[in-house]
Design a protein. Structure first.
Length: 346
């Protein structure tokens, strides 16, 4: 079991099995905590988690651990690897990791990792900024994959109705306030449309106030979080997905819309232009530019059904070529195999 007594025994087991390495990992955790806004106390808990993870790894005879996100999960993985003399790797998604790399010791994590995977070329470039060129060869690009279950079965073509959907947390980085301003501009031009925002978050009140201020209550709806199947239905009912992001890694909601054959309206931010090609499978606007965003929405509304369906097919083809989950998993598996082979050779 994984109750408190079992976890305490596992942590104690690591201290007894490898006392010098365990104490070194605890000291490292406290050193990292001193530089972090999370503080030493929280890093003390990370150290305990690392001792538990190290114990589980010894029980299962595991010599490598991989963490998703370069934040606290990578801290625990790095410390556990230190306890056991194992190796670790991580996938860095962004944008949170890029906002405060020093506070999460991201450069140290890259240097100590067997490899650091970025989900886009943009992400890889941000990781290279943090470390000397001698470490660049361990920075790899491994995109996120889209689960086949999400898009299996028949998908209808984009509807004639001028309906848009935005899927994402209601927060500063997703730019929904700019989207409301853009919607107001589209309304001012006398164009009929409907916009549905899937998600919730800290900025809900601000967004509701903006909707009221612009008199958009009859056209813009906040519908909260939805299940994966409900998200699919919302995307399928839309002519295009709109995500006016200010900061990103590479949004999963964009991949999901594209594999469902929907063009995407988004911004020239982070990894987004690596997937969304302006005029081919969607539209891109400068972040924060409500007029350019409104122009893109107007273009999507005005496009003949045959052309928007063609853009949807191009979107699906590009997303599947880059984000097929079997291909992505195979890439990661190959990287793991290289790490294990390197350990055995040494």
């Amino acid at each position: 079991g994984a109750g408190a007594p079992a976890l305490a025994r596992a942590a104690a087991g690591s201290l007894l099995a490898r006392p010098a390495d365990a104490l070194a990992a605890i000291a490292a955790a406290l050193r990292l905590g001193a530089k972090s806004d999370a503080g030493r106390l929280r890093h003390g808990f990370y150290a305990v988690e690392a001792l538990v993870l190290a114990s589980w790894m010894r029980q299962e005879k595991l010599v490598h651990v991989h963490a998703h996100f370069g934040t606290n999960s990578a801290t625990v993985a790095m410390l556990a690897a230190r306890v056991n003399g194992a190796t670790f790797s991580m996938t860095v998604h962004g944008p949170e990791e890029f906002d405060k790399p020093a506070q999460i010791a991201l450069a140290e994590k890259i240097r100590r990792s067997a490899f650091a995977a970025a989900v886009s070329s943009f992400g890889a470039s941000q990781l290279r900024r943090l470390v000397a060129p001698e470490y660049w060869d361990r920075i790899r690009i491994v995109p996120c994959g889209v689960e086949k279950a999400f898009y299996e079965g028949l998908t209808p073509p984009p509807p004639a109705a001028p309906r848009f959907v935005c899927v994402g947390r209601l927060c500063e980085q997703k730019g929904q306030l700019t989207l409301i301003d853009a919607a107001a501009e589209v309304k001012k031009r006398g164009t009929e449309f409907e916009l549905r925002l899937v998600g919730d978050g800290d900025m809900r009140g601000d967004i509701e106030a903006a909707i009221d201020r612009h008199g958009l209550g009859d056209r813009v709806k906040l519908i909260g979080w939805k299940t994966q199947s409900e998200v699919r239905k919302e995307i399928e009912k839309a002519r295009a997905l709109v995500l006016p992001s200010y900061a990103e890694g590479l949004p999963v909601s964009i991949m999901e819309a594209m594999v469902l054959g929907r063009p995407v309206i988004s911004t020239y931010v982070a990894g987004i232009p690596e997937l969304v090609v302006h005029g081919e499978n969607g539209w891109l606007a400068p972040a924060g530019d409500a007029i350019a965003l409104a122009d893109a929405m107007s273009a999507a509304i005005a496009l003949p059904e045959g052309r928007i369906a063609e853009m949807g097919r191009a979107a699906k083809a590009r997303a599947l070529a880059r984000h097929d989950i079997d291909v992505v998993a195979s890439t990661l598996k190959q990287l793991f195999a290289e790490v294990i082979a390197g350990r055995e050779a040494s």
